[in-house]
Write a protein that binds this ligand. Structure first.
Ligand code: MN
Length: 196
Protein backbone atom coordinates (compact mmCIF):
# COMPACT_ATOMS: atom_id res chain seq x y z
CA UNK A 1 0.00 0.00 0.00
CA UNK A 2 1.43 3.42 -0.86
CA UNK A 3 2.20 5.85 1.92
CA UNK A 4 -0.45 8.39 2.70
CA UNK A 5 0.17 12.00 3.49
CA UNK A 6 -1.44 11.77 6.93
CA UNK A 7 1.64 9.99 8.25
CA UNK A 8 4.93 11.59 9.06
CA UNK A 9 7.79 10.07 7.07
CA UNK A 10 11.52 9.73 7.73
CA UNK A 11 13.62 12.78 7.09
CA UNK A 12 17.38 13.18 7.22
CA UNK A 13 20.09 15.54 6.05
CA UNK A 14 23.67 14.46 5.48
CA UNK A 15 26.74 16.64 5.30
CA UNK A 16 29.10 15.20 2.74
CA UNK A 17 32.71 16.15 2.21
CA UNK A 18 33.13 14.85 -1.32
CA UNK A 19 34.95 16.59 -4.18
CA UNK A 20 32.94 19.58 -2.99
CA UNK A 21 31.26 19.94 0.39
CA UNK A 22 27.48 19.66 0.07
CA UNK A 23 24.41 18.57 1.98
CA UNK A 24 22.14 15.66 1.05
CA UNK A 25 18.42 15.92 1.71
CA UNK A 26 16.61 12.62 2.24
CA UNK A 27 12.82 12.33 2.32
CA UNK A 28 11.42 8.88 2.99
CA UNK A 29 8.67 7.98 0.54
CA UNK A 30 7.20 4.67 -0.60
CA UNK A 31 9.99 2.61 0.84
CA UNK A 32 12.90 4.66 -0.51
CA UNK A 33 14.62 7.95 0.25
CA UNK A 34 13.94 10.66 -2.31
CA UNK A 35 17.28 12.48 -2.54
CA UNK A 36 18.65 15.88 -3.42
CA UNK A 37 22.21 17.23 -3.19
CA UNK A 38 22.33 20.82 -1.92
CA UNK A 39 25.70 22.46 -2.67
CA UNK A 40 25.28 25.42 -0.30
CA UNK A 41 23.14 23.63 2.28
CA UNK A 42 19.71 24.78 3.47
CA UNK A 43 18.96 28.37 4.41
CA UNK A 44 16.35 29.23 7.03
CA UNK A 45 15.90 32.66 5.48
CA UNK A 46 12.78 33.06 3.38
CA UNK A 47 13.65 33.95 -0.17
CA UNK A 48 17.13 32.42 -0.11
CA UNK A 49 16.78 29.71 -2.72
CA UNK A 50 19.23 26.88 -2.41
CA UNK A 51 19.96 24.81 -5.46
CA UNK A 52 18.89 21.20 -4.87
CA UNK A 53 20.02 18.69 -7.47
CA UNK A 54 17.83 15.63 -7.56
CA UNK A 55 19.80 12.40 -7.46
CA UNK A 56 18.69 8.78 -7.53
CA UNK A 57 16.56 7.36 -4.75
CA UNK A 58 18.58 5.93 -1.89
CA UNK A 59 17.89 2.92 0.29
CA UNK A 60 16.37 3.65 3.68
CA UNK A 61 19.07 1.66 5.47
CA UNK A 62 21.60 4.29 4.44
CA UNK A 63 19.81 7.15 6.17
CA UNK A 64 21.79 6.99 9.40
CA UNK A 65 25.16 6.08 7.87
CA UNK A 66 28.04 8.17 9.12
CA UNK A 67 31.62 7.48 8.18
CA UNK A 68 34.10 7.43 5.36
CA UNK A 69 33.50 5.99 1.89
CA UNK A 70 36.67 4.97 0.10
CA UNK A 71 38.00 6.79 -2.94
CA UNK A 72 36.64 5.49 -6.22
CA UNK A 73 33.34 4.32 -4.69
CA UNK A 74 29.98 6.03 -5.13
CA UNK A 75 29.69 8.87 -2.61
CA UNK A 76 33.42 8.80 -1.78
CA UNK A 77 34.36 11.13 1.07
CA UNK A 78 33.37 11.72 4.68
CA UNK A 79 29.66 11.61 5.46
CA UNK A 80 28.05 13.12 8.54
CA UNK A 81 24.51 12.48 9.71
CA UNK A 82 23.69 16.17 10.17
CA UNK A 83 19.94 16.17 10.90
CA UNK A 84 17.24 13.63 11.69
CA UNK A 85 13.50 13.83 12.04
CA UNK A 86 10.23 13.50 10.22
CA UNK A 87 8.55 15.20 7.30
CA UNK A 88 4.98 15.44 6.03
CA UNK A 89 3.55 17.04 2.89
CA UNK A 90 1.09 19.88 3.35
CA UNK A 91 -2.48 19.10 2.32
CA UNK A 92 -2.24 20.55 -1.20
CA UNK A 93 0.69 18.21 -1.83
CA UNK A 94 -0.90 15.16 -0.20
CA UNK A 95 -0.43 13.26 -3.45
CA UNK A 96 3.34 13.23 -3.12
CA UNK A 97 4.00 11.31 -6.33
CA UNK A 98 1.99 13.84 -8.32
CA UNK A 99 3.72 16.72 -6.49
CA UNK A 100 7.14 15.30 -7.36
CA UNK A 101 6.07 14.84 -10.98
CA UNK A 102 4.70 18.38 -11.07
CA UNK A 103 7.83 19.79 -9.48
CA UNK A 104 6.27 21.42 -6.44
CA UNK A 105 6.38 19.89 -2.96
CA UNK A 106 5.43 21.91 0.10
CA UNK A 107 6.12 20.14 3.37
CA UNK A 108 6.69 20.38 7.10
CA UNK A 109 9.96 19.34 8.69
CA UNK A 110 10.26 18.21 12.27
CA UNK A 111 14.00 17.77 12.45
CA UNK A 112 16.36 18.25 15.36
CA UNK A 113 17.77 21.23 13.44
CA UNK A 114 15.47 22.16 10.56
CA UNK A 115 11.82 22.80 11.35
CA UNK A 116 8.74 24.39 9.91
CA UNK A 117 7.49 24.68 6.36
CA UNK A 118 9.76 24.28 3.32
CA UNK A 119 9.22 24.13 -0.43
CA UNK A 120 11.01 22.09 -3.06
CA UNK A 121 10.35 23.65 -6.45
CA UNK A 122 11.69 22.30 -9.72
CA UNK A 123 13.24 24.88 -12.00
CA UNK A 124 11.54 25.45 -15.36
CA UNK A 125 12.82 23.44 -18.33
CA UNK A 126 14.79 26.32 -19.82
CA UNK A 127 16.84 26.54 -16.60
CA UNK A 128 17.55 22.83 -16.43
CA UNK A 129 20.91 21.20 -16.90
CA UNK A 130 20.87 18.40 -19.51
CA UNK A 131 22.01 15.71 -17.13
CA UNK A 132 20.50 16.62 -13.77
CA UNK A 133 17.12 17.82 -12.60
CA UNK A 134 17.54 20.99 -10.60
CA UNK A 135 15.16 22.14 -7.88
CA UNK A 136 15.32 24.90 -5.32
CA UNK A 137 14.85 24.41 -1.58
CA UNK A 138 13.26 27.45 0.04
CA UNK A 139 12.07 28.25 3.57
CA UNK A 140 8.51 29.44 3.96
CA UNK A 141 7.85 32.43 6.22
CA UNK A 142 6.77 30.94 9.55
CA UNK A 143 7.88 31.11 13.16
CA UNK A 144 10.93 28.95 12.34
CA UNK A 145 12.18 31.22 9.56
CA UNK A 146 15.25 33.31 10.41
CA UNK A 147 14.04 36.46 8.75
CA UNK A 148 15.47 39.42 10.59
CA UNK A 149 17.51 37.19 12.91
CA UNK A 150 21.26 36.93 12.58
CA UNK A 151 23.06 33.63 12.33
CA UNK A 152 23.16 30.56 10.20
CA UNK A 153 22.14 27.07 11.30
CA UNK A 154 24.99 25.57 9.25
CA UNK A 155 27.51 27.46 11.39
CA UNK A 156 25.65 27.27 14.69
CA UNK A 157 25.05 23.52 14.49
CA UNK A 158 27.79 22.20 12.22
CA UNK A 159 28.25 18.78 13.82
CA UNK A 160 26.62 15.36 13.65
CA UNK A 161 23.16 14.90 15.14
CA UNK A 162 24.06 11.33 16.10
CA UNK A 163 27.66 11.47 17.32
CA UNK A 164 28.27 15.18 17.89
CA UNK A 165 31.41 14.86 15.75
CA UNK A 166 32.72 17.25 13.14
CA UNK A 167 33.62 16.00 9.66
CA UNK A 168 37.28 16.05 10.66
CA UNK A 169 36.56 13.97 13.79
CA UNK A 170 34.46 11.47 11.84
CA UNK A 171 37.32 11.08 9.40
CA UNK A 172 39.90 10.69 12.17
CA UNK A 173 37.88 8.21 14.22
CA UNK A 174 36.63 6.16 11.30
CA UNK A 175 37.12 2.61 12.49
CA UNK A 176 38.81 0.21 10.23
CA UNK A 177 37.34 -3.31 10.48
CA UNK A 178 38.97 -4.97 13.51
CA UNK A 179 41.83 -7.27 12.60
CA UNK A 180 41.67 -10.86 13.74
CA UNK A 181 44.12 -11.72 16.50
CA UNK A 182 47.12 -13.48 14.97
CA UNK A 183 46.95 -16.41 17.37
CA UNK A 184 45.89 -17.34 20.87
CA UNK A 185 49.50 -16.99 21.86
CA UNK A 186 49.44 -13.29 21.01
CA UNK A 187 46.38 -12.74 23.19
CA UNK A 188 47.97 -14.75 25.99
CA UNK A 189 51.14 -12.66 25.79
CA UNK A 190 49.04 -9.49 25.92
CA UNK A 191 47.26 -10.70 29.03
CA UNK A 192 50.58 -11.41 30.67
CA UNK A 193 51.91 -7.97 29.88
CA UNK A 194 48.69 -6.35 31.18
CA UNK A 195 48.93 -8.42 34.37
CA UNK A 196 52.42 -7.12 35.11
MN1 MN B 1 26.32 13.46 -1.30
Amino acid sequence: MPDTATHFQQYGMKKHDARRLHYDLRLGWNGVLKSWAIPLGPSERTGERREAIQVEDHRREYLSFEGVIAKGKYGAGTIMFWDIGMWRPLSECADVDASLRNGYLRFTLRGEKLKGIWILKRRPDKLQNEEKTIWDLVKEPDSFARNGHPGDILEEAPNSVSSGRSLEEIYRHWDKPPRKPKSDGTLFDMQISVAR
